[in-house]
Write a protein that binds this ligand. Structure first.
Ligand SMILES: *[C@@H]1O[C@H](CO)[C@@H](O)[C@H](O)[C@H]1NC(C)=O
Ligand SMILES: *[C@@H]1O[C@H](CO)[C@@H](O)[C@H](O)[C@H]1NC(C)=O
Ligand SMILES: *[C@@H]1O[C@H](CO)[C@@H](O)[C@H](O)[C@H]1NC(C)=O
Ligand SMILES: *[C@@H]1O[C@H](CO)[C@@H](O)[C@H](O)[C@H]1NC(C)=O
Length: 722
């Protein structure tokens, strides 16, 4: 199935730059996702105030260039439609429309008497584990005549060595595989598994493919030479440059050309796939200190690289259909909140999943162990840690909404590592490893400590997973750890010590109101987990403590003026957003009285600025994820205001980086973070609305931990709150 641009272009905004003007739907973001699937396949089109597909080069999420070029030759006249190639003999096609959905970005350009539509598909299919795990995106091209005449058309595209080399001066090598599918494969000469260079992988290959068909030609060689060949001849020489060198040394490009012949009506899509494959994909520390090499999940269903590329190529129609259905579902659910909210969410999906990879281990006999799936997330841009608990936590709503099973696979290695006894601290670890994709833990205990933050996060996420799925197996397996962290919260969360919260860029602080909320909700969540597992004694113990703390907390955290919660206890001049209350609503705990929500909502209405609601009184910084969390638990009026402010920021044209979650609430300028998976937190309103959690089941008459397994089946029937 070939997707057309939406008929709803009227909803879009008009964008203009020196080169022309076009319509952007649903809005013009700071950067448009092109091929965004994994931490290492992440290509974007920077926008600023507006850039057409052929105004600038595509960029890796860091902002470094990814050469990706497009030309079209119409009756012998050549136009560029992608990238910023230099040279003679061509002019630029004129962009008329850009549109994005959750998984696709579409561009329409006019090239003389033909229109060219380019579609970039990065399928987001969270419940389809094979397709979810494929590190591939599609670019497809369709051409139609706009003047009732038939035109002679050839199309060209190339990629540069920058797709395989984070450092362009590192030597690369390449090969073109011929056959039913033609593939350019590019890789660093020196392969270093699990290492990165300027945030790109130092191992694996970039692969660019197209189906072989009549009129297809290819070439590898210096950019100027290869492009000039197409510009002059409308075809390539099928020659391979065998002088391997650095990506920046006479810029080798990997090109295809296709003669479409005489074009009148819309042509069938010409489909290219672009991927970045590596094997092994991640290193993982086991109990006992050995490490395990893990593979991308798709290798358990598709044997070789050739099989993978063939599957991806053959899958285009099917996956387009699946992705369209998913996009529609996202849009429908998000639009129930508002059109602005839908736009924010649609921009967020590829980014959230594009930080993640599903992996699998092998059994001793070399077969894959289908019972051992782990989902890894890179803390993109802020520090590159692996499965950072306080980054998984803000991203969590997208997993709850789209597939909570993936949440289980994300938490599993964190639980397993800490159960192995190698992590020395009593609180929950910050992350699984300082440098993605090395999940080697922090056996020295010197991870970035966020004691209350991470301990609360783990318990809250586990309970939300159980409530969404009725699956208690993970909580049962790691019940001792959950008790350990809950115990830590009991001693350390009502009066939190001098420590960091997830907003570490604000620095540490003692007695943080919002951290206390997290800790207290964590304690109550543990009460509910115990209840569900049939441990009534502990359920009561934790429940009583949480209730008592809520009472004490209100006295400690409410400003003496009675109109807001302070940022830290006892300092009336401070305030901060208490987005941690979201979990109270999400889990249906109703632990904190409605009066607190009402007070905070009234306060925020007085504080909100044009571009958003600042995080706290230390500065004007706002976080898009936490703003949406707040919006989810405020009244309709404030919710609308927050969403409008975030949408204003997202479309303000002041940035050219993948969705940055940290910015200035007063003037909408960016503060550095980019492409982070926390954009998954923008689904907080949808996750809350979809949380039709069953009420917890009554505990068994004489509950205890040895009895819990027997009761599991019954618990799954529903759970009752105390
Ligand atoms: C395309 O297929 C033909 C026929 O099988 C083959 O001769 C040719 O080498 C292939 N071309 C490429 C670029 O793989
Ligand atoms: C934290 O709050 C508690 C309770 O009000 C108080 O006793 C303590 O001095 C505060 N700590 C700091 C460092 O302000
Ligand atoms: C725990 O429950 C099991 C099964 O109901 C029961 O046999 C056992 O006596 C109980 N143990 C305690 C300490 O209550
Ligand atoms: C969980 O159990 C409840 C009660 O039996 C049921 O209504 C609900 O559909 C179950 N949820 C899932 C995801 O199985």
């Amino acid at each position: 199935m070939w997707r057309q641009l939406s008929a709803l272009l009227l909803l879009g905004t008009s964008v203009a730059n020196a080169a022309g003007s076009w319509t952007s739907t649903p809005f013009s973001p700071h950067s448009v996702p092109l091929a965004v699937r994994t931490p290492y396949l992440s290509a974007w089109l920077p926008q600023g105030a507006g850039s057409a597909l052929n105004d600038r080069w595509a960029q890796y999420w860091t902002g470094s260039t990814l050469g990706w070029t497009g030309f079209i030759r119409v009756d012998g006249k050549v136009y560029s439609w992608m990238g910023a190639p230099e040279g003679d003999g061509f002019t630029k096609a004129t962009q008329t429309d850009m549109e994005f959905t959750s998984s696709s970005s579409f561009f329409n350009l006019a090239a003389g008497p033909v229109d060219i539509t380019i579609s970039f598909l990065s399928p987001v299919l969270p419940t389809d584990l094979l397709r979810l795990s494929l590190p591939f995106a599609y670019m497809s091209i369709s051409v139609s005549s706009t003047d009732d005449n038939v035109h002679d058309v050839q199309v060209y595209t190339d990629i540069s060595g920058e797709w395989a080399a984070g450092i362009a001066t590192d030597p690369i090598k390449w090969e073109t595989h011929l056959g039913a599918i033609v593939t350019h494969q590019v890789q660093l000469q020196k392969q270093e598994p699990f290492e990165e260079a300027d945030q790109q992988s130092r191992s694996g290959s970039a692969v660019y493919s197209v189906s072989n068909s009549t009129g297809l030609t290819f070439q590898t060689g210096e950019d100027k030479v290869v492009r000039a060949a197409f510009v002059s001849n409308g075809k390539l020489s099928n020659a391979q440059d065998s002088e391997f060198r650095a990506a920046s040394d006479r810029w080798p490009v990997f090109a295809f050309a296709k003669d479409l012949g005489s074009v009148s009506c819309q042509t069938d899509p010409l489909v290219f796939t672009i991927g970045h494959i590596r094997d092994p994909a991640a290193k993982y520390l086991l109990a006992g200190g050995a490490t395990q090499d893990r593979s991308s999940y798709f290798f358990s269903e598709l044997n070789s690289q050739d099989d993978v590329i063939k599957f991806v190529m053959d899958d285009f129609e099917k996956v387009t259909d699946l992705a369209t259905k998913f996009d529609d579902q996202v849009k429908e659910d998000a639009a129930k909140v508002s059109p602005e909210y839908a736009g924010i969410v649609e921009l967020s999906l590829r980014q959230a999943f594009g930080a993640c990879e599903l992996t699998i281990s092998k059994n001793a006999d070399g077969s894959f162990n289908k019972d051992d799936l782990l989902f890894f997330m890179k803390e993109i841009s802020s520090d590159g840690n692996m499965n950072t608990v306080d980054v998984v936590f803000p991203a969590w709503p997208v997993l709850l909404w789209a597939n909570p099973e993936l949440g289980k696979y994300l938490l599993e290695p964190l639980f397993a590592y800490q159960k192995s006894g190698q992590y020395p601290n009593p609180w929950a670890v910050h992350d699984l490893g300082a440098n993605y994709p090395k999940a080697i833990g922090h056996n020295d205990g010197k991870d970035e400590a966020m004691q209350v933050e991470e301990s609360g996060n783990m318990i809250i996420m586990e309970l939300s997973y159980i409530m969404k799925t009725n699956d208690t197996s993970q909580a049962e397996k790691y019940i001792d750890l959950l008790h350990q962290w809950a115990g830590f919260l009991v001693t350390d969360s009502l009066i939190p010590g001098h420590q960091l919260s997830t907003d570490d860029f604000q620095g540490p602080l003692e007695n943080q109101t919002n951290l206390a909320i997290k800790g207290i909700i964590g304690i109550k969540s543990m009460s509910v987990i115990c209840d569900i597992l049939g441990d009534a004694d502990n359920a009561k113990k934790y429940g009583d403590t949480a209730a008592d703390y809520v009472t004490q907390f209100q006295a400690l955290a409410t400003a003496s003026t009675g109109d807001h919660l302070t940022l830290k206890y006892g300092d009336d001049a401070t305030w901060g957003t208490t987005y941690n209350l979201y979990a109270d609503k999400l889990l249906g705990l109703n632990l904190f009285p409605q009066s607190i929500y009402d007070m905070q909502t009234a306060w925020y209405k007085k504080q909100i600025m044009n571009f958003g609601l600042q995080l706290d009184t230390r500065n004007k910084r706002a976080k898009t994820d936490w703003e949406i969390w707040n919006a989810a638990i405020s009244d309709d009026d404030l919710r609308t205001q927050i969403i409008k402010a975030v949408a204003t920021y997202a479309a303000d044209g002041k940035g050219d980086q993948p969705f940055g979650d940290l910015y200035n609430a007063e003037d909408g300028t960016l503060e550095g973070f980019r492409a982070r998976p926390v954009s998954g937190g923008h689904l907080a309103i949808m996750a809350l609305n979809s949380q039709k959690a069953p009420a917890p089941v009554p505990p068994p008459a004489t509950p205890n931990c040895t009895a819990q397994k027997k009761h599991k089946k019954r618990i799954v029937q529903g759970a009752r709150k105390h």
